[in-house]
Write a protein that binds this ligand. Structure first.
Ligand SMILES: NC(=O)c1ccc[n+]([C@@H]2O[C@H](COP(=O)([O-])OP(=O)(O)OC[C@H]3O[C@@H](n4cnc5c(N)ncnc54)[C@H](O)[C@@H]3O)[C@@H](O)[C@H]2O)c1
Ligand SMILES: O=C(O)[C@H](O)CO
Length: 324
């Protein structure tokens, strides 16, 4: 009998076909309030789940006694409670690597958009404000030859360092849990403390996972250390930042601007002060959102899932389940 899999996010039909070769699939195309009870019902005899963002903790797992694999279609996995998943002998997987270049491209775009005020000036032209006497009101800041500080020099951080160093002639500083000799050699990246990085960077990119250690990693003290001319970029998770402190730093001119792909609450509330600031460029958490990369992520997650269900070790196994 084929193992039963619940796919709870929309995926390319080719990914579904791949999973269907070895599994019986129940497809949800996204979980809504109305479909969640059916999902819970189907979970009772499911062997695998595949999708993005579902909170998987003991509360959910107790409804899933047959479960063998939880496959996340994302690199971030703060939605997975790994101790609870491991304790029930279940494998957990994510999708690192395949999205590095796409997210790094977007981050370069965010840096350029914020420094050169692209969305604001786009509106300027489209609303007929462009006249022949334009002066400093449309000036921005250069990004080439500036200093980029990267907090979290992992897969995505390194892909940004590559673009910034080789493409924009930027100087790279980084802070990470451990030294990254590869980035030091290839992108002339200099390792430094958080404090040194914040004080010396023209752009500060936050690119760590969300963990208890990184929650509110950027707060009042950290923003106060940044240059007044510096731009803060966050494409990690909203909760790595104390959003109130960021708003304050922007309102008081402690920093020049911010480019944000992630927020504490997503979708972000329309009355969030960040949305009405001209010096803030916002995006709806779309770092990896291209057709090509979302396909690769879903296929990577499907491959992990099928491997786990076949009794093999998935390439991107995150945990050590008991009894395995
Ligand atoms: N905006 C988006 O669409 C999007 C897309 C992909 C990933 N992300 C987020 O970005 C995160 C990073 O992705 P990645 O693929 O580069 O992961 P990664 O694991 O390759 O890199 C993360 C790096 O952060 C470092 N780190 C962890 N905790 C740290 C700490 N306390 N202080 C300093 N450094 C620390 C790690 O050592 C590692 O080098 C993901 O976990 C996810 O939350 C967001
Ligand atoms: O963690 C990730 O992979 C992104 O945030 C979702 O695509």
């Amino acid at each position: 009998m084929k193992p039963k899999v619940l796919v709870y996010s929309k995926v390319d039909p080719k990914v579904l076909d791949f999973v269907k070769q070895t599994c019986e699939v129940v497809y949800f195309e996204g979980l809504e309030e109305e479909t969640f009870p059916t999902f819970l019902h189907e979970l009772k005899d499911a062997h695998g789940i595949l999708g993005a963002g579902l909170k998987v903790d003991d509360d959910l797992l107790k409804n899933a006694p047959q479960l063998k694999v939880v496959s996340n279609i994302s690199v971030g996995y703060e939605n997975l409670h790994l101790p609870a998943i491991s304790a029930r002998g279940v494998m957990a997987t994510n999708t690192p690597g395949v999205l590095n270049d796409t997210v790094a491209d977007l981050i370069m775009g965010l840096m350029l958009s914020t420094a050169r005020r692209l969305p604001e000036l786009d509106q300027f032209v489209k609303t007929g404000q462009w006249d022949s006497n334009l002066g400093e009101q449309y000036f921005g800041l250069d990004i080439h030859q500036k200093v980029l500080g990267i907090i979290g020099m992992g897969g995505i951080g390194s892909a940004v360092a590559k673009r910034a160093h080789h493409g924009f002639d930027m100087e790279i500083l980084y802070h990470n849990r451990s030294r990254k000799p590869d980035a030091e050699e290839k992108y002339a990246a200099s390792y430094c403390t958080m404090e040194e990085l914040l004080q010396n960077s023209d752009f500060v990119l936050l690119m760590t996972p969300l963990t208890p250690e990184t929650e509110k990693l950027m707060g009042e003290k950290e923003f106060s250390l940044m240059k007044k001319s510096a731009i803060f970029i966050n494409s990690s998770r909203g909760k790595t930042v104390d959003e109130e402190a960021l708003i304050q730093a922007l309102q008081t001119g402690e920093i020049y601007g911010a480019g944000l792909d992630v927020f504490v609450n997503e979708p972000v509330e329309v009355d969030n002060p960040l949305l009405s600031m001209k010096n803030v460029v916002t995006l709806p958490h779309i770092g990896s959102a291209t057709y090509e990369t979302r396909y690769k992520m879903a296929m990577s997650a499907a491959t992990n899932l099928v491997a786990g269900l076949k009794g093999e070790t998935p390439t991107n196994l995150l945990n050590k389940p008991v009894n395995i």
